[in-house]
Write a protein that binds this ligand. Structure first.
Ligand code: 0WD
Length: 254
């Protein structure tokens, strides 16, 4: 039984057990979903293998979203294994650590393009491939941050990328809506993960949220996971193109 019984989903972006994607994977598996998980590079294979096993999930192999062949291989694998897909989680972002500090105006062309490719274009690239597998409709979820809406210290080019990601959610929602595929984003409050450790003064941002958010605390990957569950399940069947904040309410004051 469970809210996700009979549903099959691909989770992209589990680096370790602190990853937001791991929180979402746990919430979905607890409600009966069958999962496939990708990892990026050999270094993460060792971490993701045991985590996948914990949830009875299938390891869908290495996927570097900057390489078309790598993305194609994952979806071809799913087509052969499952023949269809019900949901997809995109929890991937990257920017040069050097530029997640100091002034946005210093962003290099090279890192701007790389940041946009990995953190923004990848959602569109995988949505296109997912569309042909989501023959009975589906739900696609990505992760964004408040730095898309307001200037946050050190978030810099990643804030510009998240703004583009949120716009992509709206365009994809229109393109895929006719096929019964919904596209939404969860805007998570700051959480100490591997990706977050690259952001300058991240500890200060955590403290700032703790002191200033309505709930007077930061959020957990389990809380983001349960919001993800809502978007990936039929509970949210009337919702698409949405950016939903799971941030202890920080966005109403910040
Ligand atoms: O405070 C935070 N941690 C917040 C994170 C607040 C709000 C939003 N987010 C977002 C991030 O921007 C990202 O989009 O949540 C998403 C997940 O990030 P995370 O959970 O904070 O970080 P982490 O655990 O480091 O996961 C990032 C993933 C890694 O997973 P895998 O297993 O695939 O390696 O992004 C991956 C990274 O390796 N990644 C890539 N995956 C495929 N191809 C690539 C790439 N080229 N580059 C990075």
């Amino acid at each position: 039984g469970g809210l996700m019984a009979g549903k099959r989903g691909l989770i992209m972006g589990v680096a370790n057990n602190r990853s937001i994607a791991w929180g979402i994977a746990k919430s979905c598996a607890n409600q009966g979903a069958e999962l496939a998980i990708t990892y990026q590079g050999e270094a993460f294979r060792k971490r993701v293998g045991p985590l996948a096993e914990e949830l009875g999930a299938h390891v869908a192999g290495h996927c570097d979203v900057t390489e078309n062949e790598s993305v194609d291989a994952v979806f071809e694998g799913l087509r052969q294994k499952w023949g269809k897909l019900d949901f997809l989680v995109h929890a991937i972002a990257f920017s040069d650590k050097e530029e997640l500090d100091g002034r946005y105006v210093e962003t290099s062309r090279e890192n701007f393009q790389r940041t946009m490719d990995i953190s923004v274009y990848s959602l569109t690239a995988i949505a296109k491939r997912a569309e042909s597998l989501m023959t009975e409709g589906g739900s696609i979820l990505t992760l964004t941050y408040y730095g898309a809406e307001k200037v946050m210290p050190h978030y810099n080019v990643m804030g510009v990328a998240k703004a583009a990601l949120e716009a992509s959610v709206r365009y994809l929602a229109v393109d895929l809506g006719g096929s019964g595929i919904r596209v939404n984003a969860v805007s998570a409050g700051p959480i100490k993960t591997l990706a977050a450790s690259g952001i300058g003064d991240f500890r200060y941002i955590l403290k700032w949220n703790e002191y200033n958010s309505p709930l007077k605390r930061t959020v957990t990957i389990e809380e983001v996971g349960d919001a993800g569950l809502y978007f990936l399940s039929d509970l949210s069947r009337g919702v698409t193109g949405e950016v939903h904040h799971v941030d202890s309410g920080y966005h109403v004051v910040g």
